[in-house]
Every structure is written in C-alpha cells, then in structure tokens.
Design a binder for this molecule. Structure first.
Ligand SMILES: Cc1ncc(COP(=O)(O)O)c(C=O)c1O
Length: 379
C-alpha cells in the first residue's frame, strides 16, 4: 500500500534486464557488434516511448530517474535562458526535486513565484495567467500530486502559458502520472515531461525527460562523453532503459482498465474508511485513483503507520520522500490542513495489482487499530 514510494519490479522486466546484464551487456557507444546489439535495446525503447509520448526519438533523453529529469529541465532551462529572463513559476505542492533546484536558483538571484493551491490541491489557472511576465522563462507544475493525488489539467495549463507568453517553457513532473493517468501530449504545449521507471514496476535509477524541439537546445548540466546528443553524458544504462520501456509497455497496454479498477477500489476504500468517526480523505474525488491520503483525527501518522505495519500493511506518513524530515508537508499545509491534521495523515497508494480483497483487509485493519490507538491515547 506504498506504491507511490515505489513498486515491485515486474517479472518480465527482471527477466529482460537479467538477459541484458548477462548476455547483451555491451556499451551502445562501442562500434563492434556487442555494442550494436546493446544499441538495439535503446532504439527499441526510444520507439516505445516516442509512440507513448507522440513525439520523435530525438525528443527523449534517458536519465537516472525523476529527480534528475526535474533537475535537468529546471537547471538546463536556467543555464540556457538566463540572458532572456530570470523568473520561474511553480507551486507550493511540488516535489522536492523541483522545489530544491528552484530554491537554489532563488539564492542566486532568480525570482521564483510559488502558486498556492485550493483545498483539493489545484492551482488557479487565472492566477497563473496573471503571474506570467515577459521575463518568465519556465513554469513547472506536476501532473499528479504524490501526496494527495490531485490531477492538474496540463493541457489547459499549457494553453494558458502559451497565450500569456509563447516563449515561456512548460515543465510537467509526470512521475506519479506516467503509465497511470493518460492525457494527450499533442497540442498540450508541454516542453519538458519527467517520468520515472520505478513507480510503474520498472527498475530504480531509470527515468526519462521528454524535451520539445525548441527545449532540446537547453544547456547540458551533466557533461562528459557526449552521449545522448550531448544533453546527458554518461554510459547509457541499457538494462535500466530496456526495463523501463518494458514496464511502460505493460502499463500503457491496459491504462484505461487499470484506471477504472483503481477508481472502484479507491471509492470503496474511502466510503468504508470514512464510516469511522474522525477519518477523512484529502484531495477531492477527482484525483488519481492510485493515491489515497487519509487524515485520522487524534492519531499521529507514525503511530498509525507502525500499528498497520504490525498487521502487514505498509503505508507512508504524508509522503515517503519527506517522511524522514521533521518538517510538516507543504502539500498538506497548502490544502489548508492544520498542523494536527497534517501530523495525523497517512498515504495509501495502490498499484495496478492491488485488488479489492487487499483494500478490504486494510479497512479491516484500520477499523481494528483506530479505536485501540484512541483508547490508548485517552489513558
Ligand atoms: C512527483 C514526484 N516527482 C519526482 C520524484 C522523484 O523520482 P525518482 O524517485 O525517480 O527520483 C518523485 C518520487 O517520489 C515524485 O513522487
């Protein structure tokens, strides 16, 4: 129940990667036939992703995951565009791999505008429009929020940006949406899109950055041997890339059916969980069906997390990426939760393999542990 943190690697992915590690382990940059064989895997992966993203192969760069993709989009744009403007817009609910690079730029004299969100986690398109200036070079917003599942209407946002300043780049962190929540890339006005393999049953340490034609001129920030058109140097991670492509193929094959099934499970889960007094789902009903943020009044998230762990149910407190930090989640505070509510919030996150029986078991566990923990608290 912590699939937004990471997922089990699919057997078909492991088998493919195993073969590449053992047999087809060449360096795609080598000129001999072992290198050539390795290059074929990368080309096949480029075909898979260019068909998913409705783009050309040259619009895709492979990275070490979502964090690197986000950093590349932001820092690459900053290096490329600093003579044209030093203004960036993002939101308070972004992942740290977006917030940290923009904060670093802020310390170096860039102006960064952090849009607030409403109680369901949405930015206001009209507010965004009013904040875009002539010197705004980048808007970075996530497609699906990793803590509460809010889905940003990226095509609408892309239109707003293009109308307000046609030169401004648009970056979408799609780490929690890729393979799960489909949308049309064509006409979305997206310049960068980040995706990560380990969130969709692929390997850890593998991701991609889509770059539109005009954005593919950004300055590289990882420099070296000039692989991948010089945008991202470093020996190409063939097993990671092939494993990612395999995982993406499997996810996109059934994306609609998976979505419908997850939605049913989530709705059932919310209805049952909210029957317990003081339990409330965050983020509205139209978000990702794979993410369920629950605030449980009067019980600290870590306490609930460990009580569920005892029963074999693994969840995260707020979001996995920040659960080691003491600071309260910006997303939960951003949607208006009090400190107490934010401290009492856990995240269940489903995968395409989660079924109703597992959801029912979680509800049963919640029903058993919540009254126990509350009793304990009163003593
Ligand atoms: C929304 C979002 N962006 C970026 C990342 C970072 O991705 P990665 O773990 O591949 O570096 C995560 C990971 O949790 C995420 O949820």
């Amino acid at each position: 129940m912590d699939n937004s943190a990471t997922t089990r690697t699919d057997d078909a992915v492991v088998e493919l990667m195993d073969r590449i590690y053992r047999e087809d382990y060449g360096n795609p940059s080598s000129l001999h036939k072992i290198g050539y064989r390795a290059e074929q895997y990368v080309n096949d992966a480029l075909d898979t992703f260019s068909s998913i993203l409705q783009c050309k192969r040259k619009n895709i760069v492979f990275t070490s995951g979502g964090t690197e993709s986000n950093n590349t989009a932001i820092l690459g744009t900053a290096l490329f565009k600093e003579s044209r403007g030093k203004h960036i817009i993002t939101s308070v609910t972004e992942h740290p791999s977006v917030l940290e690079p923009v904060r670093t730029l802020e310390k170096r004299g860039w102006e960064v505008e952090f849009l607030n969100v409403d109680s369901e986690g949405h930015v206001d398109p009209d507010e965004l429009r009013s904040k875009i200036r002539k010197d705004t070079v980048l808007v970075s917003l996530m497609h699906v929020n990793n803590e509460i599942g809010t889905i940003t209407p990226v095509s609408e946002i892309g239109r707003v940006i293009r109308e307000a300043n046609p030169e401004c780049f648009f970056h979408v962190d799609d780490v929690q949406g890729f393979g799960k929540i489909g949308f049309k890339m064509k006409d979305s006005n997206i310049d960068f899109l980040s995706a990560s393999a380990h969130k969709i049953h692929g390997p850890k340490g593998s991701g991609l950055l889509y770059m539109s034609d005009r954005a593919s001129h950004i300055s590289p920030y990882i420099m070296g041997g000039g692989q991948q058109g010089g945008i991202r140097s470093g020996t190409i991670n063939v097993p990671g890339i092939a494993g990612f492509a395999k995982a993406a193929e499997l996810m996109y094959k059934d994306i609609e059916d998976n979505f419908t099934r997850a939605k049913d499970i989530r709705e059932h889960f919310v209805t049952e969980a909210e029957k317990t007094e003081g339990v409330r789902a965050n983020g509205g009903t139209e978000g990702s069906p794979y993410i369920l943020s629950l605030s449980v009044r009067g019980i600290r998230a870590e306490v609930l997390l460990h009580a569920l762990e005892e029963k074999g149910v693994y969840v995260s407190a707020g979001s996995a990426c920040s659960s080691h930090k003491k600071k309260l989640s910006d997303t939960l505070k951003g949607i208006g939760l009090s400190d107490d509510e934010a401290e009492s919030t856990v995240r269940f996150s489903f995968s395409v393999h989660t079924d109703k029986r597992q959801a029912d078991y979680c509800i049963e566990c919640l029903n058993a542990v919540i009254p126990e923990l509350r009793k304990f608290r009163r003593r």
